[in-house]
Design a protein around this ligand. Structure first.
Ligand code: ADP
Ligand code: MG
Length: 708
């Protein structure tokens, strides 16, 4: 008998040819891989349907009844065998187009059958085409066993492919070899991975039982028990691994101690800060402050919706570094955003005697040299800039903290590059993101970081009013734009731009721009236009005109999505809104509602919308809460498609589903945290299994890397 690590080829019923296809098509190399090829659904054949209750086309049903009639109808291609099945509640028509002759011979009118198949609607009536038929009064030649099994099974259905089906490995074929595999295993082959106290406390079934029942449950309840155990296990070990990374890093990497809050911070707080901090801002600053005082490197993510006031949190964090004699850097993903941060911060700190510099690709020659020299000498306290900051020739005197805005735009390597800028050791790292991520995703993607959430907007913000309009409202929408402009406000009009349909999208944008230029003619109106095909300098010029209020309308693609702050802009019109993802729509909407005025977001769509498209638009009209929107996005698109997560192999789960298993995940993380707090090295005897499983891990996870 092969072991779990044997080549799949040696499992009875597989052989070299099937093994080849299993490897190619499903990434199944070993018996273990096969064991972890879980069913994606099950057919419940433990129950019988009553004919009267069958109303849904496409439903799989099992009926027990008597065959009342059987006749061949039609000629040639239309030739078919038609039967009628009766149970105590009604009559159902059965139809076969193939093997007509053979079926006619083997079925007997008057006999009782178990009929299984998919419900079809034809001319307003239900029938079942090509049902499987099993006689309830078995003929003497059959063993009768077949029937006994059939009646009460809960059949697994496995992902398969055409090539596998050709080799006899359709859902049924796979079922058979997995049965063979499980029959050859014993509980010692699948030892428990979790301590007994955990399985007892959380009422988790054994690993052995779970792996058997996930393939061959006898009913829904057994399946639920197995599923829960396996989901828990998958999420628990992932969290344990992530939290171990975090713990180890904290132990290994020393961080500068910012022991005091000094003049810069205090003066800013008492004399310069133009508003009261929100409760959430204060809480997050406390969390950061606690990290910075203990001598371990901070790795913290601050999540906050657009407009929640992350900039001032970043600034005050930098002031903590300055008060302890260190420099600070703030890096943003685009030139315009970096410039805004620079302007903002320069204004906020006023005459406190803080020297703030700016560095990006556009800073050249003497100016650049001066900045570099002042950074290296320690003369500059704060530098704000773009990724030009991570170039080799940028050196700091004593960098204490790196803050990265809109972190999902930067790669991990770029983040890490900022660590190496300092002769005295790695700075603290704070990353900020304005793309709210559902909690479950954050716990996974950033499971090794500490996460703070600014979940409160500054007071007095008027929620943005969002409306859904279609083409025949266009005149009214234009009238509305005109009214707002007359009040002195500015308007964004955004078009989708997707790589695959770029040429058409660009045409769309240009004709939209021309139409607007006719409807809003100069000199009364001025329009800016910005898109990805323009030179950086031209883009910047157009943006600046809008920022300075010289143009009233900004026609753009999503390049304006990130960070641009024009408080006077109060209307955001999004064309073809159905083509944007939810988080993108939310980001775009966040460009307005930054000033004191009531702001509006108008979603223009065509008449026809897909169900998903409609739900996206409705969600936008109903809520301004980025976290609610992110949860909906996760539910609609699945975790792999959420912005900023595409490259993450971490989100491929065998059985867990982040969109649905939030509760299990939260529990798993809490338990993992508690265990590591008590026993960071998992050295206690009762944690022996955990340690061993972590050490042997990868065996199961590897299946995925082979496929991709
Ligand atoms: P984001 O989180 O999107 O980066 P910003 O930091 O740009 O948000 O802040 C948005 C606006 O809110 C700015 O004009 C900022 O000055 C203002 N702001 C931030 N915190 C507060 C507060 N506690 N009270 C009032 N206004 C605030
Ligand atoms: Mg910001």
């Amino acid at each position: 008998m092969p072991t779990l690590d044997s080549n799949i080829e040696y499992l009875k019923g597989v052989g070299p040819q099937r093994a080849e296809v299993l490897k190619k098509e499903l990434g199944i190399f070993t018996c273990r891989d096969l064991l972890f090829h879980f069913p994606f659904r099950y057919i419940d054949r433990t129950k019988f349907h009553k004919i009267r209750d069958i109303h849904t086309e496409g439903e799989l049903v099992q009926i027990r009844g008597t065959l009342r009639r059987l006749e061949t109808l039609g000629e040639g291609r239309a030739r078919r065998l038609v039967g009628s099945l009766r149970d105590e509640t009604g009559m159902m028509e059965l139809v076969w187009f193939q093997a007509v002759q053979w079926l006619e011979k083997s079925l007997t009118v008057g006999k009782e059958y178990i009929v299984f198949g998919r419900v079809n609607e034809f001319n307003g009536r239900f029938n079942i085409t090509h049902p499987e038929m099993e006689s309830l009064t078995p003929d003497p030649s059959s063993t009768g066993e077949e029937l006994g099994v059939r009646q009460l099974t809960f059949d697994p259905v496995y992902p398969s492919t055409d090539k596998l089906t050709q080799k006899g490995l359709d859902a049924k074929g796979l079922r058979k070899i997995i049965r063979t595999l499980l029959d050859g295993l014993s509980p010692t082959d699948l030892p428990e991975t979790m301590p007994d106290y955990l399985t007892a406390q959380y009422k988790l079934t054994s690993r052995w039982s779970a792996l058997n029942k996930i393939h061959f449950p006898e009913n829904q309840q057994e399946l639920d028990v197995a599923t829960r155990r396996l989901k828990f296990e998958e999420l628990f070990f992932l969290q344990l691994r992530l939290l171990q990374i975090r713990t180890r890093r904290k132990d290994a990497i020393r961080g500068f101690v910012f022991s005091k809050i000094g003049d810069f911070f205090n003066k800013f707080y008492h004399e310069k800060l133009p508003f009261e901090l929100t409760g959430a801002q204060k809480r997050v600053l406390k969390e950061i402050r606690a990290d910075l005082a203990v001598g371990k490197q901070m790795n913290r993510l601050v999540q906050g919706d657009v407009g929640s006031g992350k900039t001032v949190v970043a600034l005050m964090t930098m002031l903590m570094a300055l008060d302890n004699g260190f420099q600070a850097v703030l890096m943003a993903p685009t030139e315009i955003l970096a410039q805004q941060h620079f302007a903002n911060i320069t204004e906020l700190v006023g005459d406190l005697g803080i020297r703030v510099g700016f560095l990006s690709g556009t800073v050249k020659g003497k100016k650049r040299e001066a900045i570099l020299q002042q950074l290296a000498s320690g003369e500059l306290h704060i530098v704000v800039g773009t990724h030009a900051l991570i170039e080799d020739w940028v050196q700091f005197n004593n960098l204490g903290i790196s803050i990265i805005d809109e972190q999902h735009r930067f790669g991990v390597e770029q983040r890490a590059a900022l660590w190496k800028k300092n002769p005295a050791g790695p700075p603290h790292v704070l990353v900020m993101t304005a793309t709210p991520i559902p909690r479950t995703l954050a716990m996974t993607l950033y499971g090794d970081l500490d996460v703070s959430v600014i979940d409160e907007l500054p007071p007095g913000r008027k929620p943005i009013t969002t409306m859904h309009k279609s083409e025949h409202h266009r005149l009214r929408v234009q009238g509305f734009m005109r009214d707002e402009i007359a009040k002195g406000r500015q308007v964004y009009v955004v078009y989708p731009m997707i790589e695959e349909t770029e040429t058409m999208d660009l045409q769309n944008l240009m004709s939209g721009y021309e139409a607007l230029s006719r409807d809003f003619p100069p000199p009364q109106y001025q329009i800016s236009i910005v898109h990805g095909k323009m030179k950086a300098a031209d883009k910047d010029f157009e943006m600046q005109r809008f920022v300075r209020g010289e143009t009233q309308i900004m026609v753009a693609t999503t390049v304006i999505e990130v960070g641009v702050n024009v408080p006077n802009a109060s209307v955001m019109v999004i064309e073809n809104a159905e083509r944007f993802g939810l988080s993108q729509l939310h980001q775009l909407r966040g460009r307005v509602g930054r000033g004191a005025e009531q702001s509006f977001c108008i979603l223009m769509t065509s008449f026809k919308l897909s169900a998903d498209g409609r739900e996206r638009i409705q969600t936008m009209c109903q809520t301004n809460d980025g976290f609610v929107i992110a949860e909906t996005d996760l539910r609609l698109r699945g975790p792999g498609n959420i912005e900023g997560t595409q490259q993450s192999g971490m989100l491929r789960f065998l059985i867990a589903d982040l969109a649905r298993d939030g509760q299990i995940l939260t529990a798993a993380r809490e338990i993992a945290l508690r265990i590591l707090e008590d026993d960071p090295a998992l050295a206690a005897p009762e944690h022996e299994r955990l340690r061993q499983h972590l050490a042997s891990e990868g065996k199961e996870a590897r299946v995925w890397s082979r496929i991709s």
